[in-house]
Design a protein around this ligand. Sequence first.
Ligand code: BDR
Ligand code: CA
Length: 311
Amino acid sequence: PLPVILDGDPGLDDAVAWWLSLASPALRVLGVTAVHGNVGLERTVRNTGVILALAGARGAAVPYFVGADRPLVRGAVHAEAVHGESGLPAQDLPDPAAAPQAGHAVDFLLDTAAARPGVTVVATGPLTNLALALRLNPGWAAQVREVVWMGGSTGLGNRTPAAEFNALADPHAARVVFESGVALRMVGLNVTMTCLATPDRLDVMRALGSRVGSVSAELLGFYAGVYRQRYGLAGGALHDPLAVGAVLWPDLFGWKAMHVHVETQEGVNFGRTTCDVHGVTEEPRNAQVAVDVDEAEFFRRMAALLGSYPA
Ligand code: BDR
Ligand code: CA
């Protein structure tokens, strides 16, 4: 199996992404690193423990770590309106089965990549932990196999007209990562907003007969209202699970190499990922950007894996 580290800010779609990762026999999750984001760090850490506990035997041996509690430079941005006050808006969740490890998430990222080069990092939140790792050891960029990030957009934003949430929540960190030379794939809103947890799909998830499947449906059902009201969409977008999908099934996506500039100037474009889709500048191509996805097939495969958990 492919060794992976999951870095994120759970957050209800982070939770589904992590259950998907833990269910796949093609991946070996070496550890999980929490960061500030959708809710404050204290909650993302607790939620990480809850997510691992709900994964049962598949989450039991996975260590998790406390990461950065705030962005590098800007003030914190959270998204309680989308993810609920707790970040995991579901009934009857278990308590964490284990406490977080003593070491810092950034040390785990550094030590793991040094000890076993070739690890893939799936990042589904603000990139603060990864940027700190790169600042402590720029060589980290060459040690990891790749970073696959849910964030940014080739087009419009979701938190501001210009910026996607994970980019906006720490633009300086995103810029450090994009300028580091690390092998990087970006799965942004231009594809994730096309893959929705529609009411029909929530029914499919509830009918899987697995607890993880029905809790996933409950979580994704929570933010359907926001997606309907704010974006006029028929369900919540499967943002973070798609980043895991990009690791498991890269062939379901269309990819294009391009230069991505992250705007760190405060103003209306703060946090925008300006993507040179047409190659009109001489800037180096620093990312493979998802431009397309077979979203129906992705959903089928995701549902099958979520259905593999016990009742
Ligand atoms: C991203 O922002 C968060 O709210 C989600 O968890 C996802 O990672 C989408 O913009
Ligand atoms: Ca997230």
